[in-house]
Design a protein around this ligand. Sequence first.
Ligand code: SAM
Length: 276
Amino acid sequence: MVVATPIGNLQDMTPRALEALAQADVIAAEDTRHSATLTRHFGISTPMLSLHEHNETRVGEQLLARIRDGEWVALISDAGTPLISDPGFSLVRAAREAGCLVTVFPGACAAVAALSVSGLPSDRFCFEGFLPARGPARRGRLAELAEQTATLIFYESSHRIEACLRDMVAVLGADRPAAVLRELTKLHEQGRMDRLAALQTWLEEDANRRRGEFVVVVGGVTAPTEPERYELSLDALLDELLGQLPLKSAVASVMRLTGASRNDVYSRALARRSDD
Ligand code: SAM
């Protein structure tokens, strides 16, 4: 049983999830001390064992044997939905491959919660989890994502949020729409949607805004609109012809080929010449 737990507000624990934990033979938790706070709060006395990224294979095998013997194993993580930037994947994969019943008790997930309040398109999204911790690798990953058209969702910690925004501005562009969601469902919950550069400034202005847990949601690349496409093709044509013809002839050719007005083409041509 994969059981979601709250991401900050205990009231978000669902009645079904509580029942699953109470009925299970064992709870596999990422950090048993951390999860004991949750089970104690709800008066659940099911025994717990620790399943984390460093022992997932060994403990996973033991758990699989117990599932095969007919026991109910409830998998939880420190917060939110197990497997989502959290341990559990190899256990679920092994249980599926062994033909065991795998069932879900859904609940909070910071990525989906953040997307739902981000104000960014939610029809298509790409969950990226944590970016690499080191600058060059982080910028490299962002460069790979720069042309993604779906909304991007990232997890980030307080000590890397500034560097993360700085790199996003550098690689994805200052004007890309984005949202920073902080401490969702907690006392100091805060969310802001703006352009990346403005969000970077907003974070830098106040150290309190850099505290806690973060989800950064970034709008995908949008296809150029009809007027933008017109601008792009007109300017590209002008660039090409200005390299080969005198200004007057280049303007006349572009007017003839595109049907654009003399004023429009002429002023664009002059602006390009002054850029040289
Ligand atoms: N499995 C979890 C889930 O379903 O969201 C995510 C676990 S991951 C190890 C922890 C990261 O999730 C945090 O560093 C932060 O980026 C994000 N996160 C978790 N809780 C959050 C909250 N209340 N507000 C904002 N972000 C949160």
